[in-house]
Design a protein around this ligand. Structure first.
Ligand SMILES: C[S@@+](CC[C@H](N)C(=O)[O-])C[C@H]1O[C@@H](n2cnc3c(N)ncnc32)[C@H](O)[C@@H]1O
Length: 344
């Protein structure tokens, strides 16, 4: 443990910028175990009124995530080691990252270049949004006959899925999760952002999926020609103008392009609904996350038979619609209750 206050001794971690810790002084022996550091960090995070919206939802979970990452422990291992002591060098690194979380207000995932989805680690940096899509959970819970929803799984046999499209792929996390959920599928993943695709490429390589996941840069279906898919998944930008104006500092560290869904949030979703039917096989379907835009979508398409899905932490923020309903062109034309959508 540091003899002098750790905040003075803390050195910036290599390549991570200047240490800007403004933490209260911590004397030798005051903090010993992982749990001590988590308690200390959580208290500082509450004092600093941080926002938790990137994989964790409260200060204790955020603190445990950061402490675990500095110590190279998977979140599942935290409990095993929470009463273990940290070394002086580890203590300096932990205090440094706690300080940077407070002073930069960046999402914790950017500070340690890692986030977990469904227990799997993904590389992440400021070129792409920090992944937190509910679709990851739905791929586990609603596909492959294990669905706990009324009426069974949305696709009964995951092995029968041959083609998947991940629209707006960002870090590529959903494409990777889809590759695991559908072992025989070839996956196309599209994003308009060059930086996001660079991050996606890294994650796909980390999982050795280069032969199964192809990345495409472009505007929604633009780069795909007339290709059809057994499943389309998408977590597109869907924040409305009020939401964009009120984004917390943590979210303003992320690419604006990942959030901005136009005035009522559904510019991109409307375009996906209008075009998806032409890119689905007859038995296929579209799984699309829309956040709090359900009322706007239902107002725009009152006759569209969307199935709204819940997850552990969301109610009706993702919809499913089968190809037959989308291909029935009487449903998906210009929206009924909004002006013509803007394009990106
Ligand atoms: C909410 S993020 C989702 C990223 C990722 N799928 C996830 O769940 O973490 C939306 C992504 O859509 C991309 N995007 C925005 N407009 C787009 C467009 N017109 N065509 C393709 N991608 C677009 C952004 O660059 C961003 O990566």
């Amino acid at each position: 443990m540091a003899k002098r206050p750790a905040s003075r001794r803390a050195k910036p971690a290599a390549g991570r910028g200047r240490s800007v810790s403004k933490l209260p002084k911590v004397a030798t022996g005051e903090l010993l175990t992982l749990l001590d550091f988590v308690r200390y960090a959580a208290s500082r995070f509450v004092e600093a009124k941080l926002v938790f919206a990137h994989g964790t939802t409260d200060p204790v979970a955020e603190a445990a995530f950061l402490v675990g990452e500095i110590l190279h422990l998977h979140p599942d291992q935290f409990e095993t080691f929470m009463t273990a002591r940290v070394t002086a060098a580890e203590a300096r690194q932990i205090l440094d990252v706690i300080g940077r979380r407070i002073t930069t207000r960046k999402p914790a995932a950017y500070l340690v270049n890692r986030i977990y989805m469904r227990g799997l680690p993904f590389y992440v940096d400021e070129r792409t949004i920090v992944p937190r899509s509910f679709i990851g959970e739905l791929l586990d819970s609603h596909f492959g006959g294990q669905g706990d929803q009324e009426g069974g799984a949305l696709i009964d046999d995951p092995e029968s899925v041959e083609t998947v499209l991940d629209l707006c792929t960002g870090s590529g996390c959903l494409a990777v999760l889809a590759a695991r959920a559908f072992p025989n599928a070839q996956i196309d993943a599209v994003d308009i952002s060059k930086g996001a695709l660079e991050v996606a490429g890294r994650n796909i390589a980390d999982y050795g999926l280069q032969d199964r996941v192809a990345l495409h840069r472009g505007d929604l279906f633009g780069p795909l020609g007339g290709k059809r898919y057994d499943l389309i998944i998408s977590n597109p930008p869907y924040v409305d103008a009020d939401g964009m104006a009120a984004l917390p500092r943590e979210c303003r560290a992320e690419p604006r392009l990942a959030f901005d869904g136009g005035a009522d949030g559904i510019d991109i979703v409307v375009r996906i609904l209008q075009e998806a039917g032409r890119h689905l096989t007859p038995q296929g379907g579209l799984l699309c996350e829309v956040g709090r835009c359900r009322p706007a979508i239902e107002a725009a398409y009152p006759r569209l038979p969307l199935l709204w899905l819940d997850t552990e932490e969301s109610d009706g923020e993702v919809f499913w619609i089968g190809a037959a309903d989308l291909q029935g062109s009487q449903f998906v034309g210009q929206p009924e209750a909004r002006s013509a959508p803007k394009t990106v």
